[in-house]
Design a protein around this ligand. Sequence first.
Ligand SMILES: Nc1nc2c(ncn2[C@@H]2O[C@H](COP(=O)(O)OP(=O)(O)O)[C@@H](O)[C@H]2O)c(=O)[nH]1
Ligand SMILES: [Mg+2]
Length: 381
Amino acid sequence: MTENLTMTQMADDIVKAVKTEYSSLNMLNVLILGKTGVGKSTLINSVFSENLAATGTGRPITEHIQPLRKNKFPLTIYDTPGLELSGGNSAENLLNEVSKLVKKGINSGSVDEAIHCIWYCISTPSHRIESSEIEFLKKLFSSTTTRNVPIIIILTQSYSKKDAKALMCEIQKERLPVERVVPVLAADYELDEDDIKKAYGLENLVDIMYQLIPEAVQSTFAAVQKSSIQLKKKEAHSIVAKAATKAAITGAVPIPFPDAAILVPEQISMLAKITSIFGIPMQKATLTAVLSAMIGTTGATNAGRAIVGTALKFIPGAGSVVGGAISAATASALTAALGEAYIVIMTGIASGEFPLSILTSPEGKKKMSEIFKAKLTNTST
Ligand SMILES: Nc1nc2c(ncn2[C@@H]2O[C@H](COP(=O)(O)OP(=O)(O)O)[C@@H](O)[C@H]2O)c(=O)[nH]1
Ligand SMILES: [Mg+2]
């Protein structure tokens, strides 16, 4: 098999493994409450990487809680009919529905069915929290917190941080058993033509929520949210650490070499896991380019051979490589370097610093080779 065929085959394996990884993530379920127009839909679309909600559509079409889902996206948002507390017994009905939904999830015994977090949205420009809303919140707490569902109060449309702070103080006076009160501005807000308030607070919201949700859905959350690249990186580092440890235990495994550019299944799975956490749609051709830049010999220049050849000098024991069998320490170091370099590339793509289109270009390949080489030097010293 030629070099390129091997790379294409591995890229194909990774693309397939990404699908498997993605579908093995537990479903994350978030319930969102708040009056119509406070910015629930805007917030949902700003935090999560798929557009799930229609914004600014005025009065909700349904009186019931609506699950918003996208095929193959491991997130369900339960969007609630805008809590207009003045009208009849609608608040009572909504509380019952919420309570039923939470109970149903718990009784199912399945993590995929449970409600993992509740967002209660209050609009900061409204300047106040009504007594009816406080009543609602207290009832909500007594019916759900005993069931271990964390509730976050989100102050939406907080283009005035001063107003947000004042409202936060008001809410804190009520001594609700709330986990957190978090001010956000989900999208840039144009106060005036020359006065645009930049969106903020979403990364903070994501960090807070990550700490509150069950461990079983933390990876899902890191994958489906787009507000914190930092969180994706953190999750990816722990994937690499696990894979490197595993490589050390397995010991002599074949790993990326100029003459036997083969990734073992653990390394394929590591790259697939990282790809799914970043949620970047990697095409086979792009992945082939990434792989050949990092670990391959590019026929024309032999750059890959040179890189690995040089890098091996940094790794203790690497001199005694025989037929692709290497020491545990080397296997571990190479796996870590591969994973860490891939994180740098993914982070670059996610932040827009490293557009997908340049990965297949000569400069892109050169840059990726350099990244891998730098990581090899780091992880083995
Ligand atoms: N610029 C800006 N507009 C917002 C923000 N939040 C809500 N809006 C606007 O307020 C209106 C109602 O928001 P929407 O998300 O539909 O509220 P929902 O009824 O609670 O889902 C829409 O026109 C949004 O564009 C925000 O953070 N920034
Ligand atoms: Mg809405």
